[in-house]
Write a protein of this length. Structure first.
Length: 233
């Protein structure tokens, strides 16, 4: 039996993209997975084929009551939390000197406040050795034109992970940059452009699970580096 069989995970944003790829792989490996998405129809269409081991709850991670519902559905012990759900902000991507500040505040609610809120809601159910994965981006450390709103929120998420790791040494807090992916959100960042050269989200899943299953300490990681490290020299 797979070592991951019988364990419980919460993965936000599981109806598409990286979230769906992670939920699919975890379910195949025997995990019980609680996940969500804002569109009930899309959530059912994506996740019903995965079977009873996946519990899908429609809702918005920015809603505290919805976060509590996810934790309640997970049960008394949670082994893995993946804060994957997030937003891009305005599209097309605006320059910082022209973006309405309300857009930055709104995105902070989704990309920073909601992940922290979920961690706060579940913290008493995370036993020693449990793992929290916060999905970040290279936009949190690079100064890309137009990416100021999104990148600022992801930089805050990175710092949130560093502080949580210091405060909870019994857990592993992994901040993971999966790299460019062919997702709806990435397409929204480049409206009208061809992004077919980007890899599918499934390509990032093995590296993320290698971090989860391995003995990597709390910290920030790039999926590309984890994949490279796994290739014999």
């Amino acid at each position: 039996m797979d070592a991951r069989s019988g364990r419980t995970a919460i993965v936000t944003g599981g109806s598409r993209g990286l979230g769906l790829a992670l939920v699919t792989r975890l379910a195949a490996d025997g995990w019980r997975v609680v996940t969500d998405g804002r569109d009930p129809s899309a959530l059912r269409a994506a996740l019903d084929p995965l079977g009873p081991g996946v519990v899908a709850i429609a809702g918005d991670v920015a809603d505290p009551a919805h976060r509590e519902a996810l934790v309640a559905a997970a049960g008394p012990t949670v082994d893995l939390v993946v804060n994957n759900a997030g937003g891009l902000g305005p599209s097309p991507l605006p320059a910082l000197d022209s973006v309405p500040t309300a857009e930055l505040s709104k995105l902070f609610e989704t990309n920073v406040v909601a992940p922290l809120g979920l961690i706060q809601a579940v913290i008493d159910r995370l036993g020693p050795g449990a793992v929290v994965v916060n999905v970040t981006s290279d936009a949190s450390v690079e100064g890309y034109e137009g990416w100021g709103v999104y990148g600022t929120t992801k930089a805050a998420l990175d710092q949130l992970g560093r502080v949580l790791a210091a405060e909870h040494p019994e857990l592993r807090i992994l901040t993971v940059d999966p790299g460019d992916m062919r997702t709806a959100m990435h397409q929204d960042a480049f409206p009208g452009e061809d992004i077919s050269d980007r890899p599918e989200p499934e390509a990032s899943v093995p590296a993320i699970l290698a971090l989860v299953d391995g003995d990597h300490p709390s910290g920030r990681y790039r999926a590309a580096d984890v994949r490279a490290a796994a290739v014999p020299r």
